[in-house]
Design a protein around this ligand. Structure first.
Ligand SMILES: Cc1cc2nc3c(=O)[nH]c(=O)nc-3n(C[C@H](O)[C@H](O)[C@H](O)COP(=O)(O)OP(=O)(O)OC[C@H]3O[C@@H](n4cnc5c(N)ncnc54)[C@H](O)[C@@H]3O)c2cc1C
Length: 378
């Protein structure tokens, strides 16, 4: 049986950031990813926004790791030439009640340590976004966008250069805690895709669960049945090329009051296209990206308060992603990231419910995981 210091389950942006961070300090690090390539889950099916940290309750992990992750992300991208842009964003209001809610959001952001927030009037909004309807807006200068695909690739390359073994097309199928280690059984896909693959077991001193939507199932393999992930689909449309001039940067409505999602927003990507979305609807399967997609008209209706000129012919359907939510349907409310050693299997670190702002926070999440791993690998 092979031995490892660390086995990471899942090669999304979080698993790759963790692989980079732990392989700086420890040898014999393995990352296991079931898909043919890294980052094919939520990590490349998102808005690519580097969030500022205004939305989350002060004192929460989401607030702390988003604000820290935002700063680390800009530094990392600049150092390693990952395409990104610090374009800022506007959260817009349409009446006095919404303006009061914006003030409240700004207070929350300041309490979280977000810098540079300021309210701007209609004229300032129009100067930046001539086609956007708003009476007031909150300007958030630290928001930006990043190429998630390049970020994943860069993190993976650095981890590999530091000696980590990144194994795509390999699925963790069993985890057996054994005193001070965990036996990790991996099923590898047959190279030609035909016939059955092989199984292999690695004995790991530390296992890190970065399995995204499947993190509850990985926790259950360790005997922890206390978590359940509910997939929530976010669908996008895109403005047709000839209409992308309608949006210059990032424009958001006020978020849902129950913290369920940030609301359908407008995102100008690094490639000059404009995304409209994502929506937020529970689905029953963790691989259900496309069944019963919402019609384009639905996006027109939701975007029109921000962009009154928008017509059905201006939009085409784009991709969708699945959020790894800890909040069950019908409950509403805020759920924080879970990043902790397992109570019964202390050699395991659980990362559960890493939904937005998980992309923004991946580097600060990884720093936190290093501290937990250091307790295990003394
Ligand atoms: C619609 C949408 C919009 C979003 N927008 C933003 C945004 O603008 N900004 C932001 O900061 N965040 C955003 N997020 C959140 C962000 O995308 C996620 O928090 C982040 O990608 C989570 O990364 P991850 O590595 O934990 O998960 P994933 O990318 O899902 O990676 C988990 C990996 O684990 C693998 N895996 C699972 N089980 C096994 C197994 N048994 N064996 C081997 N491998 C396994 C999976 O194949 C997968 O590749 C958004 C999310 C969605 C869905």
């Amino acid at each position: 049986m092979d031995r490892a210091n660390i086995v990471i389950v899942g090669g999304g942006v979080v698993g790759c950031a963790v692989a980079r961070a732990v392989s700086r300090r420890w040898s014999d690090v393995f990352l296991i990813e079931q898909m043919p390539k890294l980052g094919m889950g939520a990590s490349t099916r998102n808005s690519g926004v580097i969030h500022s940290g205004i939305y989350y309750p002060p004192g929460s992990l989401k607030a702390e790791l988003c604000v820290a992750g935002n700063r680390s992300m800009y530094e990392f991208c600049a150092t390693h030439n990952v395409p990104h842009r610090n374009c800022g964003k506007l959260v817009v209001a349409h009446d006095d009640a919404q303006e009061a809610a914006l003030e409240h959001l700004a207070e929350n952001g300041r309490a979280n340590g977000v810098e540079g927030l300021r309210m701007v009037d209609r004229a300032a909004v129009r100067a930046r976004e001539p086609h956007i309807e708003a009476t007031f807006a909150l300007e958030v200068p630290s928001t930006g966008i990043v190429s998630a695909e390049d970020l994943v690739k860069t993190l993976a390359r650095i981890a590999t250069d530091q000696g980590a073994n990144l194994l795509p097309r390999a699925r963790v199928v069993r985890l057996d805690p054994r005193g001070d280690s965990v036996a990790v059984t991996i099923a590898e896909e047959a190279v030609n895709g035909g016939g059955s693959g092989t199984e292999e077991t690695i004995e790991a001193r530390c296992v890190i669960n970065c399995a995204g939507l499947y993190a509850d199932e990985i926790a259950a393999m360790l005997g922890n049945h206390g978590y359940r992930i509910y997939p929530v689909r976010g669908e996008y449309c895109e403005l047709v090329r000839g209409k992308s001039y309608l949006v210059n940067n990032l424009v958001y409505p006020l978020p849902h009051t129950d913290a369920f999602s940030l609301g359908v927003h407008l995102t100008r990507t690094l490639w000059g296209t404009v995304l409209v979305g994502p929506t937020a609807d529970y689905v029953s399967e963790k691989n259900d990206y496309e069944r019963n997609r919402l019609p384009v008209e639905e996006f027109v209706q939701r975007a029109r308060p921000l962009l009154p000129e928008i017509e059905t012919a201006d939009l085409q359907l784009a991709y969708s992603g699945l959020r790894a939510k800890l909040v069950p349907p019908g409950h509403g409310g805020f759920a924080d990231f879970v990043i902790a050693r397992d109570v019964n299997v202390p050699q395991a670190i659980q990362l559960i419910g890493i939904e937005s702002p998980g992309l923004t926070s991946c580097l600060s999440i990884a720093d936190r995981v290093v501290s937990l791993a250091a307790e295990i690998l003394v």
